[in-house]
Design a protein around this ligand. Structure first.
Ligand code: AMP
Length: 420
């Protein structure tokens, strides 16, 4: 094995592809920032207890996929497998919910860790941008989040994604359904592990991908038939609001998602160009989570969109993001004296806010011009001994190929003018 190899299930972001990742994070967070969401950052690890209680002890995420560790001091920690529990923990710790301004709207961006079987689109280290709106029960808030995610994907140029929507009921109606489902499932021909799941988290059984299991589920009781009137009305209002916003969605009563804390509105964004790992993002309402982790009653809703899979979705659709060239001006000095002078001009340009780069390492004209080309710079500044003797630099427009001599003292101002 090469020593230059990232750990299994991980990969590095390197230029130029890394620029797309940055642009995706930016595009997903932009609508949030414009909608009253404030930035929050939490540690990459938390006490293991938070996820055990918050994500749920019966979920794959907690039982199989969490990276846990014991510190030298004896603390039991876990690398965060998702964002919601941490963000809620941090909001409670900072008493943001007591500042009298509900909902507390937060957005975040970061790395998450799950010990999963790696495959295309599924990694052990991945990246999400997420949003949480804490402390308010209002169908418009659920609708807002779905609409903002749709807006973000569209702004990126994605078209082949679909929004799946469901309601999981609340603490009134869900237990009644849960029991009806358990009674139904207990009579089926299922393996031991699935039988255990029936007792801990029966809704997850509906999510089983195996054909022989799905075949037996055809007549399973449907959550839709058990929703209480309040949940039904709430869900209808969410549907009406997103419909009015012109956002298309599909009702998917099988959508249960892998986390224990969801109530009422649940949704997932899937992309049809991604094969089996088709979920690019997901979220929902989690009215009981705060109490599950020891906080007050704080009905909340949120989502997390996967950055890695969003980039894969862009590639699958052949969308090229319109990324501006990183460098506007590239300076090519010929000789020692020119090196000092042009390095000074580059510094001046940068201080004036113009992206500039420099041919380092004393290369010849040919190699340096190649680098200038690769940099994508619109203009090149070239200067040799004779130019300096005349007090000028050669300014080359890389698009037209046109070259003009400009007085050295005016080079920065001239470039600023041309670059607008
Ligand atoms: P989840 O909390 O599982 O619903 O994850 C939300 C989003 O994060 C998913 O829709 C994916 O885009 C992304 N995601 C989750 N797990 C992984 C993973 N192992 N590798 C890459 N992306 C992931």
């Amino acid at each position: 094995m090469s020593t230059f190899q990232a750990p299994k299930g991980t990969y590095d972001l390197t230029p130029p592809r890394s620029a797309t990742f940055l642009a995706v994070r930016e595009a997903i967070s932009a609508p949030l920032r414009d909608s009253g969401y404030g930035y929050i950052e939490t540690p990459g690890f938390e006490n293991v207890e938070l996820f055990a209680r918050g994500v749920g002890e019966s979920t794959d995420i907690v039982t199989k996929e969490m990276y846990t560790l014991t510190t030298k001091g004896g603390d039991q920690l876990a690398l965060r497998p998702e964002g919601t529990a941490s963000v809620l923990r941090a909001a409670l710790e900072a008493n943001l919910h007591k500042a009298g301004n509900l909902p507390v709207k937060l957005w975040y961006s970061g790395s998450y860790y799950r010990y999963e079987r790696p495959q295309a689109g599924r990694y052990r280290h991945f990246s999400q941008v997420g949003a949480e709106a804490i402390g308010t029960e209002d169908p418009a808030l659920d609708a807002e989040l779905i609409i903002l995610a749709d807006q973000a994907y569209r702004a990126l140029g994605l078209r082949q994604f679909r929004i799946l929507l469901n309601s999981l009921g609340d603490k009134e109606c869900r237990p009644v359904y849960r029991e009806a489902l358990q009674t139904f499932l207990r009579d089926l021909d299922l393996d031991e592990e699935t039988r255990r799941r029936i007792e801990i988290n029966p809704l997850r059984v509906l999510d089983d991908k195996r054909a022989d299991v799905q075949k037996q589920l055809t007549d399973a009781p449907k959550l839709r038939d058990y929703l209480c009137d309040a949940c039904k009305a709430y869900h209808e209002e969410v549907r009406a609001l997103i419909t009015a916003a012109g956002v298309a969605f599909e009702d998917d009563e099988k959508l249960v998602r892998g986390l224990d804390y969801y109530t009422r509105t649940t949704f997932e964004f899937v992309h049809d160009g991604l094969g089996s790992q088709s979920a690019v993002g997901g979220g929902g309402r989690y009215d009981g989570l705060s109490e599950m982790i020891g906080g007050p009653e704080l009905p909340s809703v949120g989502w997390a969109l996967g950055v890695d899979r969003t980039v894969l979705a862009l590639e699958a659709e052949g969308v090229e993001l319109d990324l501006p060239a990183v460098t506007s001006v590239y300076a090519v000095p010929l000789g020692e004296e020119a090196r000092r002078v042009l390095f000074g001009v580059v510094t001046e340009l940068r201080r004036a806010g113009i992206a500039a780069d420099f041919a380092f390492g004393g290369r010849g004209l040919k190699g340096a011009m190649k680098s200038a080309n690769r940099s994508g710079a619109r203009y090149t500044l070239v200067a040799g001994e004779r130019d300096l003797a005349e007090g000028v630099v050669q300014l080359k427009d890389m698009e037209s190929g046109e070259q003009t001599a400009v007085p050295l003292t005016e080079a920065a101002a001239e470039l600023a003018k041309r670059l607008g």
